[in-house]
Design a protein around this ligand. Structure first.
Ligand code: PLP
Length: 380
């Protein structure tokens, strides 16, 4: 075992959009495979077959949860990898042919930076601004950006910073009618809101295990049957040659165990989030802004602006009390950066800089809400 420094468990963990603790059932499932099932799923003898059965049963569970076919699910090493595979896989045939792709301007870096990278292969990347009018995300900036050279649109289903749900299904209906492939990054939506591939009308969809109480380093990409797809990784026939490499069977079984439990505590999570926000309004009145409160959003996320305050400082003060929250993007929690989605959506800098994200999970408790409110009353 590496010499890992000991760390103190946080007293209150409200950063579940960054990652989630594994559920006991997930740990049991992973432990079982680690103990009993070391076989390579490609081997023909019995322990290989057992691993293959575990793998395929897990594929069935993930497929059912998304309303997909098992053959449409490819296991990957993360949500980031799923996004990379989707964008590369769909645009590869069009490299240096004058084609373009359209993404929203609030995508996670897994999509945003991959799209930038694809520009070096001659795929122009256009970023549609996410604009709100009458409590709705406007579709027109996306529709105006696609043309007859657009080969792919990628639009996230739920934003990691505010939980905002984008009108992906409506957008994709329009783009499909024009023969454009459609990808959605559902990493933050899956397990929190209903995610069914048929409703979304998508060709490609990414999920990640560690956002739903599964293990880190496991994801999946839905690739609709018949969608032209080119592999990013080469070297074997695993995952139908779409993602070669001996499969992470324990991690995949852990993902499936987590998927089996999604949706179980949605009312509890929503209730905590609503309770937290109503207490914020009560105690801070006009001194706080709850971003995207009136818009469709995931039930677990509160993005709270304390105008004029320094979010990084607040975060450190919360940490001193054993409370974990975040300022900006999930994967940047440690980086203490300015909240970029909010800035891109026109939130003034003095509010964006003073914004904290609290993200709840099925393991969060009412007493934690009250304690965080008390601490905030002292430090803000
Ligand atoms: N997409 C979104 C919207 C995310 O929030 C994240 C992680 O925060 C990712 C992709 C990346 O997922 P992973 O951490 O599994 O690479």
């Amino acid at each position: 075992m590496p010499d890992i420094p000991k760390w103190r468990d946080p007293l209150i963990y409200l950063d579940n959009n960054a990652t989630t603790p594994m559920l006991p059932e997930v740990k049991d499932a992973i432990g079982f495979i680690l103990e009993e099932g070391f076989g390579n799923p490609s081997s023909v003898y019995q322990i290989g077959n057992q691993a293959r059965v575990a793998l395929e049963k897990s594929r069935g569970i993930v497929a059912r949860a998304l309303g997909a076919l098992p053959t449409e699910i490819t296991f990957t090493g993360s949500g980031t990898e799923s996004d990379n595979m989707a964008l590369f896989g769909a645009t590869f045939p069009y490299f240096h042919k004058g084609k373009n792709m359209v993404i929203s301007n609030i995508e996670h870096p897994a999509v945003d930076l991959t799209a930038d990278w694809l520009e070096s292969f001659g795929i122009e990347c256009r970023k549609a601004p996410v604009l709100i009018e009458n409590d709705m995300v406007l579709k027109t900036p996306f529709l105006d950006m696609v043309d007859d050279q657009t080969v792919l649109v990628s639009c996230m289903l739920a934003n990691n910073e505010t939980g905002l749900l984008l009108p992906v299904a409506e957008l994709f209906d329009e783009f499909h009618a024009r023969g454009i492939l459609c990808h959605t990054d559902a990493v933050q939506a899956f397990g929190k809101s209903r995610v069914q591939v048929a409703d979304l009308n998508c060709d490609l969809l990414s999920i990640s295990a560690h956002k739903i109480h599964g293990p880190k380093g496991v994801g999946a990409l839905y690739i609709k049957r018949g969608t032209p797809f080119n592999a990013l990784i080469h070297g074997g026939a695993q995952e139908n040659s779409r993602r070669p490499g001996t499969e992470n069977v324990a991690g995949i079984v852990g993902l499936a165990a987590a998927v089996e439990r999604i949706g179980e505590k949605e009312d509890h999570i929503r209730g905590l989030r609503d309770d937290f926000e109503s207490k914020l309004v009560k105690f801070f009145a006009e001194k706080t802004i709850i971003h995207h409160k009136e818009l469709p959003r995931t039930p677990n996320t509160s993005s709270v602006g304390f105008p004029g305050k320094d979010g990084n400082m607040l975060l450190i003060q919360l940490d001193q009390k054993g409370i974990c929250a975040s300022t900006g993007s999930a994967c940047h929690s440690g980086a203490l950066s300015t909240n970029s989605t909010l800035l891109k959506m026109g939130v003034p800098e003095h509010i964006a800089k003073g914004t904290l994200r609290f993200s709840f999970s099925r393991l969060s408790e009412v007493s934690q809400v009250n304690e965080v409110i008390e601490v905030l009353r002292k430090i803000v």
